[in-house]
Design a protein around this ligand. Structure first.
Ligand SMILES: C[S@@+](CC[C@H](N)C(=O)[O-])C[C@H]1O[C@@H](n2cnc3c(N)ncnc32)[C@H](O)[C@@H]1O
Length: 240
């Protein structure tokens, strides 16, 4: 399908910024925790059709492909899509990457077994149309996995403050609670099966190194304080 959607870049969020975050000590620890949680919720993808919405530079899409999924990825930034294509080429995997917006996914209904979207809704003011689109392209019985920025965490507080102080990226930031994510899934006709928290430490390298080992223990208690929330939901199979 042709790339006909209007596409746009988020201010100061380009592939180089992403690579530099992952290359930092705290970025590497945090990405590993978030990735493990998302992969856990996604489950076994071998032989499945997976869509990564807001795929960024393609790191997760490539990993899913290496795990045996047939993967497609969309992102509203052409620079991100180009970086994702380069990564797929380097890793020798075949992924259908397209520049498109999550509000209008360029796929027919019920195409995917799994749809995943990680830290994209934090830049989307009205997430309801995106949830509806993701539900539309999921097959009945298919699974949606969302990774988002939690509202009640010190990371969100700092980012909100940066927005107030003029950061063009964080002025657009939206932080959601577990309850809000469940409600969005339910409004789109999906059944939320789990919301899990991760990244309970403050945004300092030392804190990440010292506290990351306790992250899973905290996740068993609450989602409050988690900088990252992951929602798992399924599209119900219609009863005949
Ligand atoms: C923080 S990055 C996350 C990238 C990737 N999911 C990851 O976790 O590494 C957010 C991505 O969402 C994309 N994005 C933001 N709003 C979007 C929209 N409405 N439709 C499609 N992509 C969007 C941005 O271009 C960016 O690549």
């Amino acid at each position: 399908m042709a790339e006909t959607e209007p596409v746009c870049d988020l201010p100061s969020l380009d592939p180089a910024a992403y690579a530099s975050w992952r290359g930092s000590g705290i970025g590497a620890i945090t990405e590993a925790i978030e990735r493990r949680l998302i992969l856990e919720l996604v489950g076994d993808v071998a032989g499945r059709r997976v869509l990564d919405v807001g795929c960024g530079d393609g790191a997760l899409a490539v990993e899913l492909s290496q795990r045996g999924a047939a993967v497609a990825g969309i992102d509203s930034s052409r620079a991100m899509i180009e970086a994702a294509r380069r990564l797929a080429e380097r890793r020798r995997v075949d992924i259908d990457f397209r520049a498109a917006t999550a509000e209008r996914l360029p796929f027919p209904a019920e195409q995917f077994d799994v749809v995943v979207a990680v830290t994209i809704l934090c830049f989307v003011e009205d997430a309801a149309p995106v949830f509806r689109e993701m539900a539309r392209v999921l097959r009945p019985g298919g699974r949606l996995v969302i990774g988002e920025l939690g509202k009640w965490s010190s990371w969100a507080a700092t980012r909100r403050m940066r927005g107030w102080l003029g950061s063009p990226l964080w002025r657009r930031g939206r932080f959601r609670t577990a309850r809000e994510l469940r409600a969005l899934a339910s409004q789109a006709g999906l059944e939320a099966t789990a919301v899990r928290g991760a990244v309970y430490y403050p945004r300092f390298g030392v804190a990440a190194r010292l506290l990351a080992p306790f992250d899973r223990r905290l996740a068993r208690i609450t989602t409050i304080g988690a900088a990252f929330l992951a929602l798992c939901a399924t599209r119900p199979v219609a009863r005949t």
